[in-house]
Design a binder for this molecule. Structure first.
Ligand SMILES: [Zn+2]
Length: 294
């Protein structure tokens, strides 16, 4: 069944777990994610990122995701990832998306607030949830759903881009968003070096905003890091690059080991590998062993 981001994340809040948000730029990826969620009986977020519109347009992929969500045996939110304008937000809502992200994090603080407020006003009228970003996500430059104008960081610290907890509090209060994408050490794309997560900052953000925190650049972390961020308030984990890479590696293996090649077989092989990878992530995100210490 299709549900809003707000609903799916408030349940996660109660249960102290996170819901995976997986970009689905192709039919194989969408089917892999839905099948994985149904087999595990976990809620899931199907995302389509604006940077992937040139792979499959919003007009083609959007209705497929909405249809998958409606038919699914688990709660599914359909989400626009890194939306850049009210125009695209409106298009997604028209198609039936239950959640949108407006990313105005590259703008000045005042312009970010103004842009997000406008989207919240529009989306909430349609009972659609809104995620916005404060602080800047950076990118390793390899894969991922990086956004326009995003900084590529491969060396040194990017602490200057991290979300300030006090500013986050003000931002959430002014905009009335449903979830906040915060920057505290993850990057988009494949990790070149081990991520160094600022958990003190994350704890402080979560304590101040009274909203679910969204972690972008969420694939490629260790199991310990996932559990740590979930216990510190992360309720939505954007997971893509490592699943897409798993699909590609499986196709390469298949090509290396088979003589008669047909394209449709690649899609089957890729789907199976993506499904296996996202299933593992979904199981970790459930945070099942959270009571072990007590
Ligand atoms: Zn992102």
């Amino acid at each position: 069944m299709i549900v809003t981001l707000k609903e799916i994340l408030s349940k996660a809040e109660e249960g102290n777990y996170a819901v995976g948000a997986f970009n689905c730029p192709t039919l194989e990826s969408a089917r892999a994610v839905v099948e994985a969620a149904e087999e595990l009986q976990v809620p899931v977020i199907l995302s389509h990122a604006e940077v992937h519109f040139d792979i499959t347009s919003l007009e083609i992929m959007g209705p497929i995701l909405v249809e998958f969500a409606k038919k699914a045996s688990v709660p599914v939110a359909v989400h626009l990832d890194h939306g850049s304008s009210l125009e695209n937000v409106k298009k997604a809502i028209d198609i039936g998306f239950s959640s949108v992200m407006i990313d105005a994090s590259h703008m000045s603080y005042e312009d970010n607030i103004r842009t997000v407020e406008e989207v919240v006003q529009y989306a909430h009228e349609y009972n659609v949830s809104v995620e916005a970003e404060l602080g800047m996500m950076t990118s390793s430059g390899i894969g991922g759903e990086e956004t326009q104008g995003e900084e590529h960081i491969s060396e040194g610290d990017s602490v200057d881009y991290y979300t300030d907890p006090n500013v986050a509090k003000d931002f959430v209060e002014q905009t009335e968003i449903d979830a906040l994408a915060a920057s505290f050490g993850t990057v988009h794309g494949m990790y070149i070096k081990e991520p160094n997560l600022d958990l003190d900052r994350l704890n402080s953000i979560y304590a101040k905003i009274n909203r679910p925190v969204v972690m972008h650049g969420g694939s490629g972390l260790s199991e310990e890091d996932y559990i740590a961020v979930i216990n510190s308030g992360v309720r939505k984990i954007n997971y893509y690059s490592y699943a897409a890479n798993a699909g590609a590696r499986a196709v390469k293996d298949y090509i290396d080991n088979n003589k008669d090649l047909f394209y449709h077989d690649f899609t089957v092989v890729a789907k199976a590998a993506i499904k296996k990878d996202v299933k593992r992530a979904m199981e970790i995100f459930l945070n099942k062993n959270q009571c072990v210490e007590n």
